[in-house]
Design a protein around this ligand. Structure first.
Ligand code: MG
Length: 124
């Protein structure tokens, strides 16, 4: 089973991502900021399984998405990281790419767009 990490401070967004991907049979893990996301990734990897994909918001309290990507990339260079962004944050896309993001999707997203980008990133 593939494990996916969903990191966003909005529970509504986390649930909508989970809903969009529910047909793929993944195990979904939630975190509400970058710091909790790093902790949860460490917990998952500690049980001997790999995280197939991280989906991360930009604007979050405690640790934002760009910082999360930078920290995550210190120990994991290859797992895809998909950035959830809003129109207002479009300048952040470049920052995200520099930090090591693999792709991005605009919020609000359509279910099919989320499915397409995830399937492209993890080839499922
Ligand atoms: Mg946010």
């Amino acid at each position: 089973m593939k494990h996916i990490m969903i990191i966003d401070d909005s529970p509504t967004i986390r649930m909508s991502v989970e809903y969009a991907l529910s047909g793929l049979g993944f195990s979904m893990h939630h975190a509400e900021n970058g710091s909790d996301g790093l902790e949860e990734v460490k917990n998952i990897k500690g049980t001997g399984v790999d995280v197939a994909l991280c989906i991360v918001d930009i604007n979050m309290p405690v640790m934002d998405g760009i910082t999360f990507i930078g920290e995550f990339r210190k120990t994991d260079r290859f797992t895809p990281v998909l950035v959830l962004t809003t129109e207002a944050e479009e300048l952040k896309i470049k920052e995200g790419r520099v930090a090591g993001a693999s792709g991005w999707i605009l919020k609000p997203f359509r279910k099919q767009d989320m499915l397409n980008v995830v399937q492209k990133l993890i080839r499922c």
